[in-house]
Design a protein around this ligand. Sequence first.
Ligand SMILES: [Zn+2]
Length: 183
Amino acid sequence: MGECGLDFARARTPDTRAHQVRVFRAQVELSRTTGLPMSIHCVKAQGPMLEVLRERPTPPSVMHAFSGSAQTACRLVEAGHYISFAANVCVENARKVVEAARAVPDDRLLLETDSPDQTPPGRRPAANEPAFIIDVARRLAELRGVDVAEIATLTRDNGRRVFGIDEPFALHEFDGEDPERSP
Ligand SMILES: [Zn+2]
């Protein structure tokens, strides 16, 4: 399901922010009742987002184009989620997100382009496109001190796991049960 989430760069008043939190809570409930992962967008709202996710545990979900700190990334990983990095990690002085990219464990790491947004620095002024995913993979390999093939393999496996790509597709029939206790 996605994109879901909170964007406080766009919502600047207490009313519009409270409205976004209400909508995000409803999205969380939908994720719980369907068992589907969310693709979560979060800009300048890491605290409120963590609060909602902690009060209502959801299926493992993807923090898309993550821009938070290493500490936030670790809290999200503890809550069962995956951290997906886009070309913002390729920016030389992006210290906060670079530290997050080093901190995420291998089994929770994902990468993405967010194309046509977030063109990698070396490709500007072109519009971003899926082929540029290699820039993000190379940068993560450099930051984590591993081979780019290793990043490709583990992020492919993580993507298959979180999106249930090898599972037969079946929505849970909502029966009022907590999805965590359903088979
Ligand atoms: Zn987004």
